[in-house]
Structure formats: C-alpha cells, structure tokens
Design a protein around this ligand. Structure first.
Ligand SMILES: Nc1ncnc2c1ncn2[C@@H]1O[C@H](COP(=O)(O)OP(=O)(O)OP(=O)(O)O)[C@@H](O)[C@H]1O
Ligand SMILES: [Mg+2]
Length: 241
C-alpha cells in the first residue's frame, strides 16, 4: 500500500463560531475514489471546505506527507487540490471555452485529455455555459478541475438533481478521470457510489461513524440502512457497467 495522498487527523471545523465538523479522522488512498457518505446536513461539504481552508479548522491535514492545515486556501490549491463545488458553479454568461480558459492555472493545461473526456463540450465551446443542461454544466465544472495537474480532486455531489441518464454520463467521466487523479467524492446516489468508489467514509453529526471498503458497506444492507437510512443494493435490472 502506498502512502495516502491525504490524511485528515482530528480535524474540527466551524462556521460562524458553530462547530460543524468534530474531530474527523480518515485517509484518502493515492488511487481510486473515496466516497463521503451521510445524510443531509451532517457536515460532508464542511469537511471538504475544512480541508481546503475555506472555513476555520483545527487538527492535522497532510497532502502527500506535507502539512497543509495552517496554509491559506490559495497555497493549498497550488499544491494541487482541485475542487468541484456543490451546485456546479459555472460562469453562466461566458462560453464553455471562456470557462475553461479562466480555470487554467498551469503552463501546460491538459486540454487534450479534457477534450477526449468531454467531446460534447468541445462541440459546444462557443455556447454560453448558462444555456447548457444541468448535466453539461456539471461536466464543465469537472472539466475545469481536470485541466490542471491536480494531485487530488474534492468533488461535491456531482450528480445531484440530474436526470438518471445524465447521472450515468457524469459517473462515466468521473470514472475515467479517476484513473489519472484520486478523488474524495461526496455522493448521495448509492448506485454511483457502488460503481465508482473503492473506499467510503460515513459522516453523522459532524463525526466519522464508519470507514472501510465501499462495496462491503453497501453489501451490508442493515449497516447501510442504519448509517444512511437507505439501503444500498443495486436495483434489479439497472446494472450499469
Ligand atoms: N454558511 C453556513 N452558515 C451557517 N451554518 C451552516 C452554513 N453552511 C452549513 N451550515 C451548517 O453546517 C452543518 C453542516 O452542513 P454541510 O453543508 O457541511 O452538510 P452536508 O452534509 O454537506 O449537507 P447536504 O447533504 O445538505 O449537502 C449543517 O448543520 C448546516 O446547517
Ligand atoms: Mg453538502
């Protein structure tokens, strides 16, 4: 087992003086997708924002062995953590190409890789991002993070609110991208988790209440139901390879 790309050790975080993440400890392996699961409002987004230093946090966080918990966000981002926020923020009144250009922070952005992954967006490069479908906007949001050579991506609920067919397309893109960069992925759609995630952590009331193999968790219907209030079995006839 190689060194984890990210370690989070006893991280707490607060918003406006109110603690929303309480001493969470987990690791993100250097390959594959680690899912962050949990009911609404338990602190999943806040965990990502704490790692990025977007909200006040305490505790120890390392990226590839280097401590980042005292660094400002711009330094952490420059070390190579890409963020795809919840609710896919794109520049609605700019074109797809302009959205991409504004995201490029390296001398040699990975334009070919992104073009291969999202041919549909290349075809729409002159279209205003605000006129794209929700799924296409999500692809723009993911593509922007992939243009840079990141060591880790933090991706927050990329399939939220998308039509079922589009969920599969976004999952395809994330799966392909995960072969080049490890991800910490907040995802409520357990079919997507089953398909993509190698590892999983479950958060409840700001604390990590479970860590382990993602499929083992989802295969344990009683545990999944207890932790998430839903069951994780793949529905019959909906296997999406
Ligand atoms: N800007 C804010 N101001 C005050 N409280 C906030 C703010 N953002 C989040 N919180 C609170 O912090 C807690 C954790 O929220 P967070 O968004 O991290 O949860 P989440 O697990 O991502 O939820 P969701 O599933 O709805 O995305 C919640 O109780 C929420 O009300
Ligand atoms: Mg959230």
């Amino acid at each position: 087992m190689s060194e984890p790309i990210l370690t989070v050790d006893g991280m707490s975080a607060s918003i406006g003086g109110q603690q929303v993440v309480e001493s969470v400890t987990f690791e993100v392996p250097s390959t594959g997708i680690t899912a962050v699961l949990g009911r609404n409002g338990v602190g999943k987004t806040s965990t990502l924002r704490g790692i990025l230093g977007l909200i006040k946090r305490q505790g120890r966080v390392t990226l590839a062995g280097d401590r980042i918990d005292h660094e400002p966000t711009h330094k952490i981002v420059r070390r190579g953590i890409g963020y795809v926020p919840e609710d896919r923020e794109v520049f609605a009144s700019l074109t797809v190409a302009e959205n991409f250009a504004l995201a490029e922070r390296q001398a040699a952005p990975r334009r070919e890789f992104v073009a291969e992954l999202f041919p549909d967006l290349v075809a729409r490069s002159k279209q205003m991002a605000g006129t794209l479908s929700g799924g296409q906007q999500q692809m723009v949001s993911v593509a922007r993070a992939l243009l840079n050579d990141n060591r880790l991506l933090l991706v927050d609920e990329p399939t939220k609110g998308l039509a079922p067919r589009i969920v599969g397309e976004v999952a395809d893109a994330l799966e392909e991208a995960s072969h080049t960069v490890p991800m910490l992925l907040v995802e409520q759609n357990l079919e997507v988790v089953r398909r993509l995630a190698t590892d999983a952590i479950v958060i409840d009331s700001g604390r990590v209440v479970h860590r382990g193999d993602a499929k083992e968790l989802l295969d344990d219907a009683a545990l999944t139901k207890r932790l998430l209030g839903v069951h994780g079995e793949a529905p019959a006839g909906e296997a999406h390879a």
